[in-house]
Design a protein around this ligand. Structure first.
Ligand code: SF4
Length: 268
């Protein structure tokens, strides 16, 4: 049975993608894995893993458009506005619910590409599936859903790099995971983000653990269920700037990743 691991943080900049890349790399040495980038607003796992994409599938959303003769319409999302003497649809607010097409004159729905899912191989040989949201579009949850479903077709263990925050793209990913690793840093901002993420994990009844990054920079801030602590290291910074998973260059970092893998496998 495959294991789907979500790597999340609740906020950006804690080292989530850096940890995900090393987790995928080290796990790929002992079992079949697929790296999944579900951070569709700012996907960059493919950069760390040196991906070459071979296939691309567009993801479409329905959006409303106003005709020349469109009249006012009580859009439940406030997307229909009057500009001068014309009624127009603000695409960034339109949720594609279809109300205007059904009940008001002069509106129609059309499918437009909101992003895409790309499939390829990393420089290490294992597959990667990444979701990309087109700039200015909504519907990130839909792209995450399609990205993870596509990755599940491989029938292998998934390492899913989540988006920051607790919104739609993160909730979409939670549906498919067996365990969550929260990559946190010893700051008050990270603690606040963690408290919000923890509620999400508890809501979905997904077991979670904490990996504490740069723990030695502020030992006064503590977290529960810490399974591994990563010390601050200039080797990690060098690896990241060279777009290499740090477990390749830093033995302490690799030890943390291997300890995390041991725990995940033993609790499977
Ligand atoms: S499809 Fe729904 S959300 Fe979009 S403009 Fe029409 S009523 Fe508003």
């Amino acid at each position: 049975m495959s294991l789907n691991i979500l790597v999340a943080s609740g906020k950006g900049g804690t080292g989530k993608t850096v940890f995900s890349s090393s987790l995928a790399l080290e796990l790929s040495k002992i079992m079949d894995v697929v790296a999944v980038d579900a951070d569709v607003d700012t996907p960059n796992l493919h950069l760390m893993l040196g991906a070459r994409f071979e296939e691309k599938e567009e993801v479409y959303l329905e959006k409303a458009f106003a005709k020349e003769n469109a009249e006012g319409c009580n859009c439940p999302f406030g997307a229909i506005k009057r500009i001068g003497n014309k009624w127009v649809v603000d695409q960034s607010l339109c949720e594609g619910c279809g109300f205007c097409e059904e009940f008001c004159d002069g509106y129609y729905l059309r499918k437009i590409a909101s992003g895409y899912v790309a499939v390829g191989r990393t420089r290490y040989g294992f597959p990667i599936v990444s979701g990309f949201l087109n700039p200015g579009f909504s519907g990130s949850g839909e792209i995450v859903d399609k990205t993870i479903k596509k990755a599940m077709n491989f029938g292998e263990n998934l390492i899913i790099d989540a988006a920051a925050g607790i919104g739609c793209p993160v909730i979409s990913a939670f549906k498919y995971v067996d365990v969550v690793i929260f990559v946190l840093e010893p700051t008050k901002q990270s603690k606040l983000a963690f408290q919000r993420m923890k509620k999400l994990a508890e809501h979905f009844e997904v077991p979670w653990h904490v990996v504490l990054n740069k723990y030695n920079l502020n030992p006064r801030i503590r977290f529960p269920r810490v399974i591994a602590r990563i010390p601050h290291s200039y080797k990690v910074i060098s690896a990241v700037s060279e777009l290499i998973p740090p477990s390749e260059l830093d033995t302490k970092f690799r030890d943390v990743v291997l300890r995390t893998i041991d725990l995940l496998i033993s609790s499977k």
